[in-house]
Design a protein around this ligand. Sequence first.
Ligand SMILES: *[C@@H]1O[C@H](CO)[C@@H](O)[C@H](O)[C@H]1NC(C)=O
Ligand SMILES: *[C@@H]1O[C@H](CO)[C@@H](O)[C@H](O)[C@H]1NC(C)=O
Length: 196
Amino acid sequence: MLFYTIASLLLAATTLAQTTPAGFTPSTNMTLDVYYGSTYITPGLMMKKSSVQKAPVVGVTGTELPGKYLLAFIVYNSQGTGGKRTTVLHALLQDYAAANQKQNGTNVITTKATGPSSYFGPAPPAETPKHPHNYIFLLFEQPANFAVPASHKQTVQSRMGFDIVKFMADAGLKDPIAGNYLQVQSGDNTKRSFQA
Ligand SMILES: *[C@@H]1O[C@H](CO)[C@@H](O)[C@H](O)[C@H]1NC(C)=O
Ligand SMILES: *[C@@H]1O[C@H](CO)[C@@H](O)[C@H](O)[C@H]1NC(C)=O
């Protein structure tokens, strides 16, 4: 674990600009400002599960977002149970638009939509050894007449095994315009029926 910590620090120092975890595709260098209450998420910030159960306030600094946007929130577990890589969709929310409101200099965007996939707060399962899971935000321009492609309806509904790269291609999404991520430690959990 110590090795991992040092490696992550070195990576953080050398790829300062990247706002998504190393090794994750797609990547983006523009920060999506994310606030859970008064907590500003700097990329990779470790959060308590209990602090991230409600959808955050999001936006960007220094630029306007005049269109419609789609927000994806995905857990990418590069180690996974038994060394298996897993991805789970924690939110896919459409119709974000400018709220004409600022928080800490951030141009806030909001949506009334609760889908295609509602916000499901991080709940990493207990694991030995414990390790942090990366929960990744990606903001996309939303294509006109956006709809979940038929071939992705099942994974968007079940959340398990969601493939963002394939989804982008099939739904006609361009590269994300902004991103961010937070971490929650495995086992920071209470009993619930679904853990990811
Ligand atoms: C992000 O910035 C790094 C370092 O400046 C650069 O190598 C990389 O291509 C950039 N990535 C994107 C998606 O713009
Ligand atoms: C305000 O945003 C900056 C980044 O633009 C961040 O470093 C800082 O922590 C934020 N402060 C608050 C109180 O949200």
